[in-house]
Design a protein around this ligand. Structure first.
Ligand SMILES: *[C@@H]1O[C@H](CO)[C@@H](O)[C@H](O)[C@H]1NC(C)=O
Ligand SMILES: *[C@@H]1O[C@H](CO)[C@@H](O)[C@H](O)[C@H]1NC(C)=O
Length: 307
C-alpha cells in the first residue's frame, strides 16, 4: 500500500504533506483503528500539555528559569509537532470512516517552567514507549511506517527536553517499549474526564505504584515504592529498561516495598510490582505500576578495539 493524500487531510492545512494510508475493508475490521484511537488519545494529551505551558509562561519566564531562547523555540516546534500529530491521526481516522476521539480535560502537576520541562521529558519518554510498544500490534506495514515516523519525532522531543534538564538523552542503547495498559496507567493520571462520546478504548489502568524514595536513581541503589494495595502473596519488582526486563526480589516494610535497581537499568525506565519473577509482564502478573524511574547512567564505556 502506498501513502496517499486524503481529502480529509487536505483540510488539515499544517500537515497537508502527511497522510495515513487508506484502510482496506479487511484492515478496517482489525486492531489498527483501535491503535490509532489510542495514539490519538495520547497525542491529544501531549498537545494540550504544551499548549497549556506555552499559554502560561512567556519566553522571558523560560529564560529567567535558565532555559535558552533556543530551547524556548524548540518548545514551540514541539507544540507544532504535537498539534500536527493530532490533525494527522484525526484525518486518518476520519478518512477510514471512524469518529476520532476528542480531547479530554487534563490536570498536569506543574507550577513553574522547570517543573513543566521535567514533566515534558517524562511524558515524551512515555510517548516513545507507547509507540514502540504498540508497534508489535500493528498489522498494516504502512501504518507501522507512519507510527515509526511519529516515534522518531517523539524521541527527538525526548532528547531535547532531557538535555534541557541536564539528563543524558541517549542514556540507553535502545528505547523501552511498553504495553497499552501500562502506558494508559500513566496517561490516566493526567486525565480528569473525557467526552462520553469518545470510543471506549480496550485499555485498563493497573493499580498505582508510587515511587517514594530514589529519584533520580542508579544501578545498585535501593528504591522504595508504595503500591495502592499491598499484595498478599510473594511479590517482585520487575524493571523494564530498553529491551531488558529485570525481575528482582523486594523487601516489604509497612505499606511499602524496597528493591535494588538491577544492573542494566539506564535512562527513563519503569518498574512494576509483579506476582512472579518470570519476566513475562502480563495483566495477570502485574500487581501494580508502572512507576517511572530515572536512572542516571554511569560514565559511558566502549572499546576502541571493537571495529
Ligand atoms: C553494581 O553492581 C555490580 C555487581 O556487583 C557491578 O558490576 C556494577 O559495576 C555496579 N554498578 C555501579 C554503577 O556501581
Ligand atoms: C513465561 O513465558 C514463557 C514463554 O513465553 C513460558 O514458557 C513460561 O512458562 C512463562 N512463565 C510463567 C511463570 O508464566
Amino acid at each position: 500500500m502506498r501513502f496517499s493524500i486524503t481529502a480529509a487531510l487536505a483540510l488539515a492545512s499544517s500537515v497537508s504533506a502527511l497522510a495515513l494510508p487508506a484502510m482496506t475493508k479487511r484492515q478496517a475490521a482489525d486492531i489498527d483503528p483501535v491503535i490509532l484511537q489510542y495514539a490519538l488519545t495520547l497525542e491529544h494529551l501531549e498537545n494540550a500539555f504544551y499548549k497549556k505551558a506555552l499559554s502560561m509562561w512567556s519566553q522571558e519566564e523560560f529564560v529567567a528559569a535558565n532555559f535558552t531562547p533556543m530551547f524556548y523555540d524548540e518548545l514551540k516546534y514541539i507544540a507544532h509537532d504535537e498539534e500536527g500529530h493530532v490533525l494527522y491521526l484525526e484525518a486518518g481516522l476520519t478518512a477510514a470512516g471512524a469518529m476520532p476521539v476528542e480531547a479530554c480535560t487534563y490536570s498536569f502537576p506543574m507550577t513553574t517552567p522547570k517543573e513543566f520541562v521535567a514533566l515534558a521529558s517524562v511524558i515524551e519518554g512515555v510517548g516513545v514507549s507507547a509507540y514502540l510498544g504498540a508497534a508489535a500490534d500493528i498489522t498494516s506495514k504502512a501504518y507501522l511506517t507512519a507510527a515509526g515516523a511519529i516515534l522518531v519525532t517523539e524521541a527527538l522531543h525526548q532528547s531535547a527536553t532531557r538535555g534541557a534538564v541536564g539528563e543524558i538523552p541517549m542514556a540507553n542503547l535502545v528505547g523501552t517499549p511498553m504495553g497499552l495498559n501500562a502506558v494508559y496507567t500513566i496517561a490516566s493520571g493526567f486525565i480528569v474526564s473525557c467526552p462520553s462520546t469518545n470510543m471506549a478504548l480496550p485499555v485498563m489502568a493497573y493499580p498505582s505504584l508510587t515511587l517514594v524514595t530514589g529519584e533520580p536513581t542508579a544501578e545498585n541503589v535501593t528504591i522504595m515504592l508504595t503500591p495502592k494495595m499491598m499484595p498478599s502473596g510473594t511479590a517482585y519488582a520487575t524493571f523494564v529498561s530498553g529491551l531488558d526486563i529485570l525481575p528482582v526480589p523486594v523487601t516489604v516494610s509497612g505499606d511499602s516495598v524496597s528493591a535494588v535497581v538491577p544492573v542494566g537499568v539506564s535512562g527513563q525506565s519503569y518498574v512494576f510490582l509483579t506476582s512472579d519473577n518470570s519476566g513475562n509482564l502480563t495483566d495477570a502478573s502485574i500487581l501494580a505500576g508502572p512507576a517511572i524511574i530515572e536512572a542516571t547512567p554511569d560514565s559511558p564505556t566502549f572499546d576502541l578495539s571493537i571495529m
